[in-house]
Design a binder for this molecule. Structure first.
Ligand code: PLP
Ligand code: COI
Length: 365
């Protein structure tokens, strides 16, 4: 087992200032007093694990990550439990996905128990930073970057830094009942192509998405919906969330469909959790495929009644309106629908310890 030395911060944020941050945390703006760092080098493997004061990293300008983008990350949350204490949600799933991303980026895998241990240590050290209102949480960002000094391009880096930072958060789109999003169908750009890095949480996937995000906001939209790169027809996902479609004609049980994992979209842990949870509430759930045209036609026919985005940062966010270069339509009445609201309540209920944890997803720290 890889060990971590704990070096408590000598200048933690004063409690009144921290409380002020926790009363309205926003997303990813303020970071806790500590971070975890762990180094990897060829021949030595993982070493120098530390929990230490949050601060700057010293890296030479010729460090490989700045040039070749060999970097991957995870996103997860620690939740204050109804019964007291703090819990992570499915951290082993994040550990496994982190290693899938690492493999795709030719980076060294991190033992899953070390990944989870690093999160537990940081959450324990900064437990006063976990806010307690439903919808708020401590967002955790584990990441790994290539640290070799030099511009050689024939091999992946020979050294890496793994780091975990933490930031108190309200849900990405604000707390309380979520407002319905307006989304933009990206036709000029692609996020991922077959054989590319779309199924990995590689940093470059996000850097490459900003141009489309700017286009979306210029059209008055909140988020980009990515279509398949070859034909720009099949709906894949959003920039930081998966998508779910609800067929809910009155009189029959609703059905939920989420695009299948074709290798070009991220296998979301929230998505996977909803596929498992939905049938408990008489909502049939399956993976499938949908084109943008079908999405529009089925909304207009009143068959497809709800669409929502799901992910760690976003939780579950309803999609009320879809816009493209030559299209613009409402999903249902443009407001959050009943299946969206129900699944959001059930998922949050499990995460905050208000509902039974039937699948062993809640990991107490
Ligand atoms: N898709 C992308 C591109 C993401 O970045 C995320 C967030 O991590 C998701 C989907 C949702 O994944 P998860 O539910 O594991 O947070
Ligand atoms: C997450 O939900 O954790 C994400 O990674 C989305 C985003 C903020 C990049």
């Amino acid at each position: 087992m890889i060990e971590f030395e704990v070096h408590p911060s000598e200048s933690p944020m004063p409690a009144p200032d921290r409380e002020a941050v926790l009363s309205a945390p926003g997303f990813g703006q303020v970071f806790t007093d500590h971070m975890v760092t762990l180094r990897w080098s060829e021949g030595r493997g993982w070493h120098d694990g530390r929990v230490e004061q949050y601060g700057t990293l010293a890296l030479y300008p010729a460090t490989s990550v700045f040039h070749y983008g060999q970097a991957c990350f995870e996103g997860m949350k620690a939740y204050r439990q109804e019964s007291g204490g703090v819990a992570l949600f499915r951290p082993w799933a994040n550990a496994a996905r982190f290693n899938q991303s690492a493999r795709r980026m030719a980076m060294p895998p991190l033992p899953e128990e070390t990944f989870v241990r690093a999160l537990e240590l940081l959450v324990t050290q900064d437990s006063d930073w976990v806010p307690d209102e439903i919808g708020t949480s401590l967002y955790l960002r584990p990441f790994m970057v290539a640290t070799q000094h030099g511009l050689g391009f024939t091999h992946p880096s020979d050294s890496y830094l793994f780091c975990v930072i933490a930031s108190p958060a309200t849900a990405y789109f604000g707390g309380g009942t979520p407002r319905a999003l307006t989304v933009w169908l990206s036709e000029d750009y692609s996020r991922a192509a077959p054989g590319g890095t779309g199924a990995a949480k590689a940093a470059g996937n996000y850097g490459g998405a900003f141009a489309a995000s700017l286009q979306a906001s210029a059209r008055g939209c909140d988020q980009v919906v990515w279509l398949d790169s070859a034909r720009h027809e099949w709906v894949e996902e959003m920039g930081g969330m998966n998508l779910c479609f609800v067929y809910g004609r009155s009189g029959s049980s609703p059905q939920l469909m989420t695009p299948a994992l074709t290798g070009t979209l991220l296998p979301g842990i929230t998505r996977d959790s909803l596929l498992t949870l939905a049938p408990l509430f008489d909502i049939a759930a399956e993976e499938g495929q949908i084109t943008a045209e079908q999405w529009r036609d089925e909304c207009e026919a009143g068959v497809l009644t709800e669409t929502f985005a799901c992910g760690t940062a976003a939780v579950i966010a309803p999609v009320g309106r879809v816009r493209g270069a030559s299209d613009d339509w409402l999903v249902g009445d443009g407001q959050p629908g009943p299946v969206t609201r129900r699944l959001r309540d059930e998922l949050l209920g499990i995460q905050y310890g208000l509902r039974p944890d039937l699948f062993g997803w809640v990991h107490k720290v």
